[in-house]
Design a protein around this ligand. Sequence first.
Ligand code: ZN
Length: 408
Amino acid sequence: MRKLNTQDFRVATRTTSREINKHIALNLIREQPISRVALAARMGVQRSVVSLLINELIAEKLIYEGGNERTLGRGPKPTLLFVKTQNRLAIAIDVRFTKSYLMLSDFSGRQIALETFDTIFSPSELIKELASRVRKLLQAHKNAGTCEGIGLAAPGIVEHRTGRILHAPMMGWRNVDLLDDLAAQTGLPVAIESAPKACAMAQIWLSGNNATADALNFAYVMISDGVGVGAVTNGELLRGHDNAAGEFGHTPLNIDGPRCLCGLSGCWEAYTSNLATLSRYLGRTLSRTSLKNSLDTAERMLTIAEVINRAREGDPRAVMAVQTTARYIGLGLGTIVAAINPARIYIGGEITAAWDFIEDTVRTALVERTLTEAAARTPIEITDVEYPRLRGAVALVAAPTYALPRVA
Ligand SMILES: [Zn+2]
């Protein structure tokens, strides 16, 4: 049941039911190439009805009929329907503490080009650099298709209505607006979302998962520089009033715990981020400033991947550091399970490279913090996407094409 927002609603028109059915058809075609006959059967409508919808989708260049010409033999012409993704392009941007990433991709998330550069902390300088790189990238690949927008995965809380970054502790940003200037300097529409929310969007829209219960109710947990969660319930990202819902990274495991980059104490992130694991391994507190200063001596900078390697080689301090992080991860997952009851938890981030030897610890801690057997059994799956945040940024541009129109 959803209550009508009498301040913000959309009246159904004569074409509304056709709009919705068209989106159903589009999403069924996305799941797998399907013939008109099979689609009509799947939707439980007459073939003539499906044909009307299909013709509109073809006219809108959202789908095409036929197969890959290179695989065509001399047999009868194939009549399968496919969603068009190849020549619809998006620029995906991931701004992280150390490096920023820029990817040209098609709507399926397939990488066409990728570049990285050292992150610039001044917002105006960063925008200038990004805009210049976007222009060059599109110029270099101008025959690849039409770029329909820029998606940016941001390292902090983003106001949904304006795209303003309200707070990004790692970057030291408060109320930073990248959207308007980046759009003005590139001439492209820009969508900005917090990185974990963007990753959850990609899990909804680009994972290739069929719309099972698992795919509609889940939590995407990103354990990296920071720790963030994109929570999805009933196929929709949980945003809350100000788009700040799902900040499980900053719920306390212990209010007297270690200082978090956000300024509070004992946040889940302060126990489980890469920085937390490194601090534990080194036996000293790492701060954002000490991390920033150590960028100049990058070769001396210890990475989480290296700590995981040392743990694998039996270094007892590394084993302790990683396993302790694993226990805290599991305890925090208990909070997520209690709060949103996901059908599945996806985990992304560098720590997942250690998954084979931390999984038991994570799960034991989760069981400790759950109230029912069903909750304790919540499946946990690591995501093996190479650049999850970039895929998330692509989803910010591509998802609106496939999302159901909002009515009422
Ligand atoms: Zn915090």
